[in-house]
Design a protein around this ligand. Structure first.
Ligand code: PLP
Length: 387
């Protein structure tokens, strides 16, 4: 062979790899097939790499186990998992019942894109009893989308009751379960048809990669999700699939630490004069605590607090005085983060008046005593600025 041909055909001999603890990062667009009959035999062979190879298969198998699912689809981000799942189950002329406290980009996708394709979106108040929410189901309602606890304000929904009422009326239920990371609450076991999460958050766990997943048990719904990913051409990198699989190995211990530290900080905040209310479903006496206790096996590190009424400058003084809490969106990584939520609440239809500023905290893996000391400094700055 000439040098140019040898460069192309010099391959690693196929001796089989040594068995490591972790899967190989298998990258590939083209897949070589054993004979001409196999080229068009999609049932027996993986014929192209877009849908994922060995690393993706290992991650999908682990996520099927986590979710109690028959199949799981991977998406390049959490937002694309939400968009992909909705596009897979909805048609023009359908109505979608959407929780008013959905993650803001979920709402943006509904209002800007889904609406353009002829889907009507009706927002519902998550604090209504399940029967009152289900009574909003109409002849054209195809699906209901839940997120519990709600984004930023942590309202708990009676998911098993809503999933049951939806199923009785032939409505598909979907849930964004990012807060529970597929681990602290099991949507499919509680009757939800499609369980979605941003793996970007706790599964990845290190604030360094994006991915989303959608899981289903019902074979027809699973097939629709798969067709959606195939038709839209979404693909995720093998390196990112590897990162997510590695994150799964330590998910349980990380969530325990996030949850315990989060509760310790929440309890401390609840005793402070500067704080009007702590919105943390695992805190006894907090809104939604009974549902959390019934359905969840733990809490993550994400919750909110309402500062006592004060001028906006006092909220800024609080945020800017914090040293260990980074000012940044997203959560689920090893680090503590804080944002004020008020600008994001404006788009809501049923927004409650909290009186003071709503502030969201993500409690990371630092020692909670250091975090409390940092918050003490922040609250002192708040007091000074509030006068
Ligand atoms: C972050 C987040 C998403 C989106 O995930 P990305 O990977 O950032 O696109 C979806 N839902 C919830 C509840 C989230 O917090």
């Amino acid at each position: 062979m000439k040098p140019a041909t040898r460069l192309v055909h010099a391959r690693t001999p196929d001796r089989g790899n040594a068995k490591a603890v972790n899967p190989a990062i298998q990258k590939g667009s083209t897949v070589l097939l054993p004979d001409s009959a196999a080229l068009y035999d999609d049932d027996a062979y993986v014929t192209y790499g877009r849908g994922g190879l060995a690393t993706h298969q290992a991650l999908i198998a682990a996520l099927c186990d986590l979710e109690g699912a028959a199949d799981v689809q991977l998406y390049p981000s959490g937002v694309s998992a939400v968009a992909g799942a909705l596009l897979s189950v909805l048609e023009a002329g359908d109505e979608l019942l959407m929780v008013d406290t959905a993650y803001k980009p979920t709402r943006r996708f509904c209002d800007r894109t889904l609406a353009r394709y002829g889907v009507e979106i009706r927002y519902f108040d998550p604090t209504l009893p399940a029967e009152d929410i289900a009574s909003q189901i109409g002849a054209r309602t195809r699906a209901i989308f839940l997120e519990s606890p709600g984004s930023l304000s942590f309202e708990m929904q009676d998911v098993p009751a809503l999933a049951k009422l939806a199923r009785e009326r032939g409505v598909i239920s979907l849930m964004d379960n990012t807060w529970a990371a597929g681990h602290l609450f099991k949507p499919l076991a509680h009757g939800v048809d499609v369980s979605i999460q941003a793996l970007t958050k706790y599964v990845g766990g290190h604030s360094d990669s994006f991915m989303g997943s959608a899981a289903a048990r019902d074979p027809q719904i699973a097939a629709r999700l798969r067709a959606g990913v195939v038709d839209l051409g979404w693909s995720v990198a093998a390196e990112d699939a590897y990162t997510m699989l590695r994150g799964l190995r330590t998910l349980d211990v990380r969530l325990r630490r996030h949850g315990e530290s989060g509760l310790a900080v929440a309890r401390w905040l609840a005793g402070r004069d500067e704080v009007a209310e702590v919105l943390h479903p695992a805190l006894s006496g907090a809104p939604g605590h009974d549902i959390w206790k019934r359905d969840f096996t733990g809490a993550c590190g994400l919750f909110a607090l309402v500062l006592r009424p004060a001028p906006p400058a006092a909220t800024s003084a609080f945020l800017d005085a914090l040293e260990l809490f980074g000012l940044g969106f997203s959560w689920g990584g090893f680090e503590s983060l804080v944002i004020d939520c008020d600008p994001q609440l404006k788009v809501r239809t049923y927004c409650k008046a909290y009186g003071g500023s709503l502030v969201r905290l993500h409690i990371g893996l630092e020692d909670p005593e250091d975090l409390i000391r940092d918050l003490e400094t922040g609250l002192a700055a708040f007091r000074d600025a509030a006068g």
